[in-house]
Design a protein around this ligand. Structure first.
Ligand code: CP
Ligand code: NVA
Length: 308
């Protein structure tokens, strides 16, 4: 198991499998009310430069339920705001904490933090990636479909941070991933070509939303304007109109299609209220699974020296 979760292309298929297995076991134990103590005496620092409901709270509850302590760090109240170098922060915080989860804008900043830390660093979302989200999503697919193989998984909308983590997961796990994105909003070309070359996945991009969803087993969407892109919201609403996940597009997919969204959702934009609230939607399971997957990640990263 790697020391950090920075981006999914760094993981082996066996790492994914280990996380899914551990998360499922922990989920079952949680439902039975079993109290865990694997992280007693351990502290997770959470540095968040962007808003969060699910990721922050599921990491916090995961840590508490494993017997550890989450420490939320508002970077505006640290010396980061007065430009203390990230490499200094990394070395100092490594002396206090056992693990750090960071949500920030720059992937480079997060990677610098990882280079200078002696404790595990978890990417809780950057402008480029959202790896923990996609780990939780694939666990949700396994629960609903039995596996992640031989499925057509369609990403519809913006070629954004979550899409990039999907592309890398597809590369490592050998997924059939079709990304339907408007021209000008397709995924990062370097991430796409590296993932297409490196792995075993079948990863294709189209600007035709109907082609993307045709026969799909999974349709996944996300906001059209991510955090930090609020000033492009009105423009994007016009460009993305035909990529809305609505009943017309869902009818072109497999009859057993599941609908996924990492949330928060903008009903009436990237997805209709009807589809989000339909029996095909698994978005609440996705949100729940973030907590179970975060527990698996924390256990494995923090206790890795114990051979767990
Ligand atoms: N899906 C997700 O990461 O949600 P939050 O922004 O609320 O953490
Ligand atoms: N792409 C979205 C994901 C939110 C969880 C964003 O970055 O805002």
């Amino acid at each position: 198991m790697k020391k950090n979760i920075i981006k999914l292309i760094d993981l082996e298929k066996a790492d994914f499998e280990k996380i899914f297995k551990e998360a499922s076991i922990l989920k079952g134990r949680h439902k039975k009310g079993i109290i865990e103590k694997t992280l007693t005496g351990k502290t997770l620092g959470l540095i968040f430069d962007k808003p969060s409901t699910r990721t922050r709270i599921s990491f916090e509850t995961a840590m508490v339920q494993l017997g550890g302590v989450p420490l939320f760090i508002n970077s505006a109240e640290t010396q980061m705001v007065r430009n203390e170098p990230i490499r200094d922060m990394a070395r100092v915080l490594s002396r206090y904490l056992d693990c750090i989860a960071i949500r920030t804008f720059s992937q480079d900043l997060l990677e610098e933090m990882a280079r200078f830390s002696s404790i595990p660093i978890i990417n809780a979302l950057t402008d480029l990636y959202h790896p923990c989200q996609v780990l939780s999503d694939i666990l949700t697919i396994i629960e609903h479909k039995g596996n992640y193989e031989n499925l057509k998984i369609t990403w519809l909308g913006d070629g954004n941070n979550v899409a990039h983590s999907w592309i890398e997961a597809a590369s490592v796990l050998g997924l059939n991933l079709v990304l339907g994105c408007p021209n000008g909003f397709q995924p990062n070309q370097n991430i796409l070509s590296q993932s297409q070359k490196k792995g075993t996945g079948k990863i294709t991009v189209t600007s035709d939303p109907k082609e993307a969803v045709s026969g799909a087993d999974v349709i996944y969407t996300d906001v059209w304007a991510s955090m930090g892109q609020e000033n492009e919201h009105n423009l994007r609403k016009q460009v993305f109109t035909s990529f809305q996940v609505n009943s017309n597009l869902v009818d072109m997919a497999s009859k057993d299609v599941i609908i996924m969204h990492c949330l928060p959702a903008h009903r009436g934009e990237e997805i209709t209220d009807e589809v989000l609230e339909s029996s095909k939607s698994v978005v609440w399971d996705q949100a729940e699974n973030k907590m179970h997957v975060h527990k698996a990640i924390l256990n494995m990263l923090i206790n890795q020296d114990k051979g767990k």
